[in-house]
Design a protein around this ligand. Sequence first.
Ligand SMILES: [Mn+2]
Length: 364
Amino acid sequence: MDEYRSNIELAGVVEKILEANSVGITTHAKPDGDAFGSVVALATVLRAIGKDVTSWFMPPVPTNLSDLEGHGLVKPYNPSVQLGQPDLFIVADTGAWSQISPMKKAISDILDRTMVIDHHIAGDLPAPWRYIDSKAAACCEIIAQLIDKLSDAVDGNGDYFTPVVCEVLFVGIASDTGWFRFSNTRPETHELAARLIRLGVDHADVYRRVEQRARPEKLALQTRALDSLKLVADSRVAVIVLTAKDFDQTGAMLEETERFVDMPQSVATVQVVVLITETPVHHKHAQLAETSVEGHDSSSGGGTIRVSFRSKPGPRAVNVAELAQQFGGGGHARAAGAKIRRPLDEVINNITKAAVAAVIANDA
Ligand SMILES: [Mn+2]
């Protein structure tokens, strides 16, 4: 495909939105905080400026997000739903078919009026309009800019940063930056956070409601993850393995492995972390479609091994997107993933070798 970049300015996005009477909005399947915030904020504001808005989430929506105010505004999507004939259809926080596969057929039918608003570095959705800002830490950063521009274009004094809009935008930028720790965090991210806090977002309370909700089963699985940890290549590569048995015996769920891959990064020498997860048998159903901060499709059925890669920033940072590509995956330079249908032992062996080779290659 051609390069994944903007073919329209933000002013053009505003223009297209103002021209439309009816607007459909969605994001990648299994929305994360940024996807959630982008859709809820945009849908709320477009409604406030008088558009006929229908928005959809491709389930599952994690409960820490679905409990937030604003979720009720967005409909759950299933393949029997008709998207209708909106004047404009916006796909936010992804531009990849693989991330919207449950809706692929429906979007194909209205592709001629589809617009992508995204901050990822790759995508293949051939929408006629694309606004891509890969420097934005979160799609919610772009949405906030868009709201300002819309506000200027409409009347300049509409109060579109309502409490709900502020909260979901904050959740979006906080979750895509690991609460402002990841290397994608930029001054603009903090400036937006400051603005949202001034407008009333209670960041500590949001953190508690969004992040501090673990079940004891998760801690049990975390114990096993750390137990499995191996440090190789002079402790520069960390490998964690979770088996289907680990899930069965702890009662934890696949989605409860979120952020496990970040744990070994606390070790000074660690440059690359690999989390290899054997899909638990009882989880097949909820695995219908899934995406993550890694920006790739990690949907899987039984027998699939999920691999998540992380790389620490620095002068010898490894590009884990390239590493993931060796295994048919993809993602960002610092966070990527792949799904592999091979026996677990073989996957562990091959992935470990490739990660070690990538670290060593960067020494040269
Ligand atoms: Mn995002």
